[in-house]
Write a protein that binds this ligand. Structure first.
Ligand SMILES: Nc1ncnc2c1ncn2[C@@H]1O[C@H](COP(=O)(O)OP(=O)(O)OP(=O)(O)O)[C@@H](O)[C@H]1O
Length: 249
């Protein structure tokens, strides 16, 4: 579905992505992991041409994105949604307006917009928050709004750049649950960049490991599932001491 053919990206003299080829399969949750500076986010941003590669091609569903221009490119990019570590919501717009704006930009039929916004907010469990502003929401709620916004135009692929890195462990698990639901019930292919091994192991089917701007390897894995801790202090102590090599102070 997404195929990168020998893509490269330089920032000045620095080679951030070096002739990378990679396939993301239809319907999978594909992780990209690696050390800080390995080029993960740059590679993800190349997939929807937020970063334009100096060399190589990006192919989506048999169409070469890097060779498209104007209306065709805009149309093709509608099939790719994206979410970010810091949510990127518009501060002076309500939850409803944040989702509606992506429909407006995509020229979604005006009369169907309200229904579509509410459908997306329901999907992420935030329909009651439609009139709130981002500053009135928790980090997890902000990321849910960002997911609703990314889903509004019915994308086939959702690109996720460190989607849980600003969140606590329980909220991380909740957001991973939402992403899993996006994949399973809507059939959306997901690519998720994270430096957190637990995040990648919990939901991904295939994982690409990057190092120094190159793909080191791509492996298939069995997702371990999402473990939600409750906020009971007893369960925190149990987690901390379960390996038996620590005692009570
Ligand atoms: N716009 C830019 N201008 C200059 N250098 C950049 C730019 N974007 C990224 N880089 C550099 O390219 C390299 C790869 O960055 P990238 O964000 O892709 O890495 P990453 O693996 O996602 O790392 P991290 O986990 O720290 O975000 C880094 O050394 C970074 O400093």
């Amino acid at each position: 579905m997404i195929i990168l053919h020998n893509v490269s990206k330089n920032f000045g003299q620095f080679k951030a992505v070096k002739s990378v080829s990679l396939s993301v399969h239809n319907g999978e949750i594909h992780g990209i992991i690696g050390a800080s500076g390995a080029g993960k986010s740059t590679l993800l941003r190349i997939m929807n041409l937020l970063e334009i590669p100096e060399a190589g091609d990006v192919e989506i569903n048999g169409k070469t994105l890097t060779k498209m221009r104007g209306k065709d490119l805009r149309q093709a990019r509608k099939s790719i949604g994206m979410i970010f570590q810091h949510f990127n919501l518009v501060a002076n717009k309500t939850v409803y307006e944040n989702v509606a704006v992506s429909l407006k930009l995509a020229r979604f039929p005006r009369r169907q917009r309200k229904g579509r916004v509410m459908e997306c907010l329901q999907f992420v469990g935030l329909e009651r928050f439609q009139d709130k502003y981002p500053a009135q929401l928790s980090g997890g709620q902000k990321q849910r709004v960002a997911i609703a916004r990314a889903l509004a135009n019915n994308p086939q692929v959702l690109l996720c750049d460190e989607p849980t890195s600003s969140l606590d462990p329980n909220t991380t698990a909740e957001i991973l649950g939402v992403l899993e639901n996006v994949n399973k019930s809507l059939g959306v292919t997901i690519v998720i960049v994270s430096h957190e091994m637990d995040v990648i192991r919990s939901i991904c089917n295939r994982v690409t490991v990057m190092a120094d701007g190159e793909v080191y390897d791509t492996v298939s894995i069995e997702p371990k599932g999402i473990h939600i801790l409750d906020n009971n202090p007893k369960s925190f102590v149990e987690q901390l001491t379960k390996d038996g090599d620590v005692g009570h102070a």
